[in-house]
Write a protein that binds this ligand. Structure first.
Ligand code: TMP
Ligand code: ASP
Length: 237
């Protein structure tokens, strides 16, 4: 499958047209960004790790009956996906308090959230991804509101599947973000990536942070954390 015109360039990925109008190529960049792009660094090898981890996780989800845009991994840093009409919305699922949840509600980091909870955010860097509820989503036309319960249900099912896999890999799934879109056949699907850029993953015993928080808060080598996640995952799939 050949890369044709560049359709869109984001902070971490580039989207290319292919000869098939329904399919696009995602190219994962060797760049890490945080705080809505304010902090940015080239990290050689990150694109490949995120592509591989995302491909593994999408495959697992597909095998469990979750619709995603994933078709196949094409190369080190490229993935073939269905072209989707993407909603500017992020669904976050949380199992333990961390990140913006800790800041917003003053809960101690690491407190278990059981049952897990879901939150919606508007995908907009300039506005710093504000949290939104159903009424905001309706007014701002971020997504058809009748799809929101479906998105939450998918998010919670994805959580159960991934929590299980990571548990076996000796990793705690703290939280993660999903994006949704409509595939060419009109079905609702998980799109974008599912990688340590979009999840918080802690070592189960030591609670060492293995995800992008390493880069956000200068906690240690980013690649070392991502490599550990991949290695542990590969042992259990
Ligand atoms: P938060 O605690 O900053 O709200 O993030 C929750 C989860 O969502 C965390 O795993 C990181 C992920 N996330 C993204 O993937 N993209 C984003 O733009 C933000 C803000 C969070
Ligand atoms: N995804 C956002 C960025 O890359 C925010 C973050 O992950 O901290 O800037």
């Amino acid at each position: 499958m050949q890369k044709l015109k560049k359709l869109y360039e984001g902070k971490a990925k580039i989207v290319y047209e292919t000869e098939e109008p329904d399919k696009v190529i995602l190219e994962f960049k060797d760049v890490a960004t945080a705080f809505d792009g304010v902090k940015k660094e080239d990290i050689k090898g990150k694109g490949s790790l995120n592509n591989e981890i995302s491909s593994i996780l999408f495959t697992i989800l597909e095998n469990h009956g979750i619709k995603t845009h994933f078709i196949k991994k094409l190369s080190d840093r490229e993935m073939l996906v269905w072209k989707a009409k993407r909603f500017p919305l992020e669904l976050v699922v949380r199992n333990y308090a961390a990140g913006s949840f800790v800041k917003r509600y003053g809960v101690k980091e690491g407190t278990e959230i059981n049952p897990p909870l879901t939150e919606f955010f508007m995908k907009n860097d300039e506005l710093h991804d504000p949290m939104v509820c159903e009424e905001h989503i309706r007014f701002l036309e971020l997504a058809p509101v009748e799809l929101l319960p479906k998105m939450k249900k998918i998010g919670l099912k994805v959580n159960e599947i991934l929590k299980n896999i990571f548990e076996k890999a000796n990793i705690l799934l703290v939280d993660f973000k999903l994006e949704f879109g409509l595939l060419p056949d009109g079905s609702l699907a998980v799109v974008d990536e599912i990688s340590p850029d979009s999840m918080r993953l802690w070592d189960k015993q030591t609670r060492e942070k293995l995800d992008k928080d390493r880069f956000r808060f200068d906690l240690g080598d980013l690649l070392e954390g991502y490599k550990k996640i991949l290695l542990n995952l590969k042992e259990v799939i």
